[in-house]
Design a protein around this ligand. Structure first.
Ligand code: ADP
Ligand code: ASP
Ligand code: MG
Length: 625
């Protein structure tokens, strides 16, 4: 007998008939000998409807009242589902987040879960009842009791958190698609179903726009080793398992705000190649990285900054032993990358040898902009200048001068309380906190022990499109330690999460001070605020103009197998070039590559890339309305 947490999304409970169908599935699962906690969303598009109502009354309603309003949607569904269960002879009881004791921070509209009381649920389960819990909501207990919500899409997070707290055998997310697909089937009907995906990969995909799972749900599954599966509400097909490392005994206190960073990594075996002033037109990145891939050179980070005039800078890092080959390729291709706008100059190749990459890693960084800011502040205090920044959901990496690596690592260890015996910082290393999960091998669910491990998977697993980002660029920020810290500290203070961060490679001396541009993307809703706030800061600090571009889309590819697979980046860029899509920004991490492209080409870009990696299947998915 298993304890199972099932979650049904909005479409799955969108009508009386669908609620009755859910009741049947729940009943069957209980009759098979299992105990069941069921989490439900609001019916259909109820939450959207409530948001509309609020906006009809106020353009800027208070976040407390929004929580009061939106939490009602789920309350309707829990009552109806419990009635449907009782109607077919299955004892059931509905409970709001507050009644269960899903205790959260007092942060309205985006509260994180602190802990979950299990006693009342367990009592009802022991009496043979199905416990039906309202998703997406909790109660804050600091000061007054307040209803909170976890953020849009947050019922997934409620379900996985309940599974962790109850130490359930597994958590099933029932939705309107057959599982996790290679991309959104609404945009690419030929998307294919995956049998399994690692939680690291899914974390990236979810954060890069694949709305099938709330990123925080994946984070909890990963941190607590909760076996998680996404399945269709309409069939009995097995769906997609999200695999996580096996974890033992992680504390359930401060469930979602446990240690954000659990490792500090470094690699001194790095060199950087930059091409300055390459033309800003489709096909340039494809040509450069196509040639690099043909020479079998594996690049690590790639960064393409925003253009200045009509040219771009592209920089990438490689390991020192292959620097010579990479440099030769760059030098050979530079004359061909001639920009007609920059006085017909050819691109300039710039090599920097003595650099190191230092990174912090941990699944608790999502939605916590303060963590990256803290890293930058730590490096600034240690007097370390940051040359390149690359971010992913679970890692922030900075390229620094090699001779500063020791100092950087020591400072980061101390800030993030990562203890380690003195291993020195030459070569490569990872210093991890004692509580951190053992690395890779996946703990498969009790039902999927026959599934293969990941070695047979292609380097790219999934493709995602995010139309909800805007780009900000700050011109002429002085190139000295502390600037990134200042900038991201400001954003963090206003609770604005930064996604891609890119510094220009070109340094320009203005008023006797070397300066660079910094560009980054933030959520669309934060765009104007961020611009206003940063423009003010720019005047005070002597930075240049703050430019906002909201007509952007971000397409990303994700896959753990990209490491050691030269040519993946080239293939992505080539797909965009063939469709005449200009790349405005590039940023990479170990397991993802993201490109910013013009907004109106976002969907076309997604389709082209999905096809280029051979991810399209022969079958077409039709998503039910
Ligand atoms: P629910 O209401 O059940 O929580 P959501 O609408 O939040 O459902 O999430 C399911 C939707 O996610 C699908 O209908 C699909 O359009 C979208 N989606 C985006 N990317 C993917 C992907 N890679 N795999 C599956 N679905 C995806
Ligand atoms: N009903 C909420 C929303 O639409 C939560 C959820 O469905 O996950 O955002
Ligand atoms: Mg959802």
């Amino acid at each position: 007998m298993s304890l199972i947490v099932q979650k049904y999304g909005g479409t799955s409970v969108g009508s009386v008939e669908r609620i009755q169908a859910v009741a049947q599935r729940v009943y069957k699962t209980v009759k098979a000998g299992n105990s069941l906690v069921v989490v439900v969303s609001a019916m259909g598009k109820t939450t959207d409807g409530l948001v509309k109502l609020a906006n009809a009354i106020s353009p800027n309603p208070s976040r407390r009242e929004m929580d009061m309003l939106l939490s009602t949607g789920e309350q309707v569904t829990i009552a109806l589902l419990s009635m449907a269960l009782q109607e077919i002879g299955q004892p059931a009881i509905s409970m709001t987040g507050a009644q269960v004791g899903i205790v959260t921070e007092a942060e309205h509209t985006r509260a994180r879960i602190l802990h979950i009381e299990t006693e009342r649920m367990e009592r009802h389960l022991n009496q043979g009842k199905v416990v039906v819990v309202a998703g997406f909501q909790g109660i804050s207990s600091t000061g007054e009791l307040e209803i909170t919500t976890l953020g849009r899409g947050g019922s997934d997070t409620s379900a996985v958190a309940l599974a962790a707290a109850l130490r359930a055998n597994f958590c099933e997310i029932y939705t309107d698609v057959p599982g996790i697909l290679t991309t959104d089937p609404r945009l690419v009907p030929q998307a294919q179903l995956m049998a399994e995906i690692t939680s690291d990969e899914m974390l990236e995909l979810a954060s890069l726009g694949a709305k099938v799972l709330h990123p925080r749900a994946v984070e909890i599954a990963r941190n607590y080793g909760v076996p998680l599966v996404v399945r269709s509400s309409w069939t009995d097909d097995p769906g997609t398992w999200v695999t996580s490392p096996e974890i033992q005994g992680r504390s359930l206190v401060n469930l979602e705000i446990a240690k954000a960073v659990d490792g500090v990594e470094f690699d001194t075996d790095q060199a950087r190649v930059a091409l300055l002033r390459v033309p800003d037109k489709p096909g340039v990145a494809a040509r450069l990285f196509g040639e690099i891939a043909r020479q079998n050179v594996d690049v690590d980070l790639i960064i393409q900054s925003i253009h200045e005039g009509n040219t771009n800078d592209i920089a990438f890092t490689v390991t020192t032993p292959i620097l010579k080959r990479a440099e030769a390729v760059a030098a050979a291709i530079a004359p061909a990358l001639r920009s007609h706008h920059a006085k017909d100059e050819e691109a300039e190749v710039m090599i920097e040898q003595n650099i190191a990459k230092v990174s912090i890693s941990g699944a608790g960084m999502i939605g916590r902009p303060g963590v990256a800011a803290q890293m930058f502040a730590t490096l600034a205090e240690a007097g370390v200048n940051i040359h390149m920044i690359s971010t992913s959901e679970v890692k922030v990496s900075c390229v620094v001068a090699a001779e500063e690596c020791d100092r950087a690592v020591a400072a980061l260890r101390s800030t993030f309380e990562i203890e380690a015996e003195d291993k020195g910082t030459r070569g490569q290393g990872r210093i991890v906190a004692e509580t951190s999960p053992p690395s890779p091998p996946s703990a498969l669910s009790p039902f999927s022990s026959t599934l293969s491990t990941h070695h047979s998977y292609p380097p790219v697993r999934g493709v995602a499109l995010d139309m909800n980002q805007v780009r900000l660029a700050i011109r002429q920020v002085p190139d000295r330690p502390g600037m990134a810290a200042k900038l991201f500290g400001l954003l963090a203070q206003h609770n604005i999460s930064v996604d891609m961060i890119i510094q220009s490679q070109r340094c320009r001396v203005v008023d006797g001070i070397p300066r660079r541009d910094i560009a980054f993307t933030v959520s669309r809703i934060d765009g104007e605020n961020a611009q206003k706030m940063l423009s003010q800061a720019a005047t005070e600090l002597g930075w240049g103009e703050v430019v906002l571009d909201s007509a952007i889309a971000k397409v990303s590819i994700v896959g753990s197998g990209m490491v050691g697979h030269p040519g993946v980046a080239a293939k992505m860029f080539e797909a965009l070039a063939q469709n005449q899509i200009n790349i405005q920004m590039i940023a990479t991490s170990e397991i993802k590559i993201s490109c910013v492209v013009p907004q109106e080409q976002g969907s076309k870009a997604l389709q082209a890339i999905h096809a280029a990696f051979g991810l399209a299947g022969s079958e077409k998915f039709v998503v039910p309305a």
